[in-house]
Design a protein around this ligand. Structure first.
Ligand code: MLT
Length: 395
């Protein structure tokens, strides 16, 4: 047996596993110290009432012979796909239910979609960005070119004539920088992709955090996107589903490369390798899109936004440069004193008991930056910011 040699190209640990490993080692050495977790973007508020009621009701159904369900449709139940269709229609984006695929989250689909792509494709990935795009392509041995996301371009790289890419990843609002593409900027990517016959993989996992009505929340708000883009979205951050697991991927009917229809390929792939998301979870997810569910999840989003405001205020008081936080749950700051990201991570962990995420873990251009999340509890967020302010002299 010859193992996949491409795994030799990967870092020893996935970024968030490494953060957790270092935090656990510190906790073991200092069990008396309270750690404040502002690292991985994991939600802290419980599922909203509408979702819990739907889950309970679905559990009851599963316990009765007349309403019990076995295997569900691989693409997801029609009731949930209709709900997602309605969610998009509310923002003026018309989709067909057959273009919507229910999954156990955006991360899985972002990795799994690569089954549909030849390994010879060149992939363009912003730097810094969510590390899953790089790692999953390295696992396949695909050539990667990076699009530099820097302070100079507002962390929003755009295509130029020198770029030769077959596949383009975009994440907006961006993880980790919080930067959000404007319509005209996304239009440039869509035009590039249509001219070059390239594919855009658009990660919209944080769309619900956009407050500015002028900013696009879906690539399908952009003219021409239906012939070049796939969109990935998730209820993890929108509705607290990080542990419950449910997302959706939109593959437009028009999307076709080399005479092969992408929607058909994805259905074939899913039908073969995936048995769908549980009935219970899909009923819970459906509840997110009801008027009551929307009202409740928006309250939770407002809570996280207030956390972001607490962090922003502390950084301003400290005179630390940062971006993000307004249309995103992430704050992206320059490491004080020009420290390398992992040094600042260790400094915060050891001196303040705060666990953040080093910017360099998101790519080379993330070096000397640091990410804090607004997903912690209010009490933890406030305590972390008080500890940060007390560190002022060291910063
Ligand atoms: C993050 O912290 O970047 C996210 O929680 C990772 C994820 O969604 O998989």
């Amino acid at each position: 047996m010859i193992p996949n040699q491409n795994y030799r190209q990967l870092q020893e640990n996935y970024l968030f596993s490494e953060v957790a490993r270092r935090a656990a080692a510190y906790r073991k050495a200092h069990p008396e110290r309270e750690l404040l977790h502002m690292g991985i973007g994991d939600v802290t508020l419980p599922l909203c009432g509408a979702v819990v009621d739907a889950l309970k009701q679905a559990a009851e159904e599963m316990g009765k012979p007349e309403t019990f369900r076995g295997y569900g449709p691989e693409q997801g139940y029609a009731f949930l796909r209709e709900a997602v269709k309605g969610y998009y229609a509310g923002r003026g984006v018309e989709l067909d239910v057959d273009e919507i695929f229910i999954s156990d989250g955006a991360k899985s689909d972002l990795g799994n979609i690569l089954d549909l792509l030849d390994r010879e494709n060149t992939v363009c990935i912003p730097d810094p960005v969510y590390p899953v795009y790089v790692d999953t392509n390295l696992m396949d041995g695909r050539k990667i070119v990076f699009a530099a996301a820097t302070e100079a371009n507002g962390f929003l790289p755009l295509p130029d004539d020198s770029l030769a890419a077959d596949v383009i990843y975009l994440c907006s609002p961006n993880n980790p920088t919080g930067a959000v593409y404007r319509r005209d900027q996304l239009q440039r990517w869509v035009d590039y992709a249509n001219e070059r016959r390239a594919l855009i993989l658009f990660d919209a996992a944080y769309e619900a955090f956009i407050q500015d009505p002028e900013l696009p929340r879906s690539i399908f708000e952009i003219n021409g996107a239906r012939t070049c883009a796939v969109e990935f979205c998730s209820l993890s951050k929108t509705a607290g589903f990080t542990g419950t697991r449910c997302g959706y991927t939109v593959v437009p009917e028009e999307l076709c490369f080399g005479g092969m229809r992408f929607q058909k390929m994805w259905l074939r792939r899913q039908a073969t390798k995936f048995n769908g998301v549980s009935y219970l979870v899909q009923r819970g997810a459906q509840a997110v899109f009801t008027p009551e569910g929307q009202r409740q999840v928006k309250e939770n989003l407002a809570y996280y936004r207030r956390n972001a405001a607490v962090i922003m205020q502390a950084l301003e008081e400290l005179g630390v440069w940062y971006t993000g936080g307004k249309n995103s749950p992430y704050l992206w700051l320059r490491c004080p004193g020009g420290k390398p990201s992992w040094d600042f991570f260790d400094c915060l962990l050891h001196t303040a008991g705060i666990v953040g995420t080093p910017g360099s873990g998101f790519g080379r251009n993330g070096e000397h930056y640091f990410r804090l999340t607004a997903f912690s509890s209010r009490a933890n967020t406030e305590k972390a910011m008080e500890r940060l302010k007390a560190l002022q002299a060291a910063l």
